[in-house]
Design a protein around this ligand. Structure first.
Ligand code: ADP
Ligand code: MG
Ligand code: MG
Length: 252
């Protein structure tokens, strides 16, 4: 589904990703862990199409298509969803209108018939129930004044509604309490299937007690220096990240 090959990315002449490769198949959940500043959020931003980051080398294919050639909105229509830790607040655009528009764009891009109002409402109800989303949040402005937990609930609800092929969740750093982690974990576990894939970016081993990943990758100094199964997360929890210095080829 996703193939990242030797990705090298800079911002303002600083090399951040230094040859990152990653292969993801449908049905898989990949966790990316790593210390602060290792480039985790940069990877999410580049996959989302943030133009502040310059791709110097490497290729990214999504279902065989050149992802780096696509505008951000095309990536979303192709089925990539990226959730950042601090989602944008869009005053004046209700959640429901955002979802309606996004779904209409996806349908039209894929040459599918538009969703009738009745079917949209049915879908809305069904997904609200599935991820236990409070209907009162649906009509509010997108993320405006949402608490941390509400933002997470909303992120999961958007995921449920848009049903992306690949979801990238950047849950790193501070600000996520245990309740928020649980909301994300429960949602991901309900939504994961043989057809979709997840990249869960996290600082915390704790999240991976709730979401059992198929693969864990350690991003260190702009490269994936180690990959393994879920037990790698436990190893990191025990040993921290310092020991990775020895196996990081580009560490100065
Ligand atoms: P992580 O998410 O793993 O903590 P980031 O991808 O946020 O790491 O950052 C990797 C490195 O790139 C850090 O050294 C950070 O300071 C730098 N960086 C990230 N974004 C920017 C930016 N917009 N401008 C300048 N430097 C940046
Ligand atoms: Mg960080
Ligand atoms: Mg980050």
């Amino acid at each position: 589904m996703l193939s990242v090959r030797n990705l090298q990315v800079s911002i303002d002449d600083n090399e951040i990703l230094k040859g990152l490769s990653l292969e993801i198949k449908p049905g898989e959940v990949h966790a990316i862990m790593g210390p602060n500043g290792s480039g985790k959020s940069t990877l999410a931003s580049v996959l989302a199409g943030n133009e502040n980051y310059k791709v110097k080398e490497g290729k990214v294919f999504f279902e065989g298509k050149d992802l780096l050639d696509m505008a951000p909105e095309i990536r979303a229509r192709e089925g990539i969803f990226v959730a950042f830790q601090y989602p944008v607040e869009i005053p004046g655009v209700s959640n429901i209108n955002f979802l309606k528009t996004a779904l209409a764009e996806i349908k039209s891009y894929r040459n599918l018939p538009p969703l009738e109002a009745r079917d949209f409402l049915k879908l809305l109800k069904e997904k609200q129930k599935l991820v236990e989303f409070d209907a009162s949040l649906t009509n509010r402005s997108l993320n405006e004044g949402f608490s941390g937990g509400e933002k997470k609930r909303n992120e999961i609800f958007q995921l449920a509604m848009l049903d992306p092929k690949l979801a990238i969740l950047d849950e790193t750093d501070s600000g996520l309490d245990i309740d928020a982690l649980r909301i994300v974990a429960k949602g991901v576990n309900k939504l994961r299937s043989e057809k979709n894939a997840f990249i869960i970016i996290t600082h915390y081993q704790r999240l991976l007690e709730y979401i059992i990943p198929d693969f864990v990758h350690v991003l260190y100094n702009g490269q994936i220096v180690k990959s393994g199964g879920k037990e790698l997360a436990l190893e990191l929890e025990e040993k921290g990240y310092d020991w990775l210095k020895e196996i990081s080829p580009t560490d100065e």
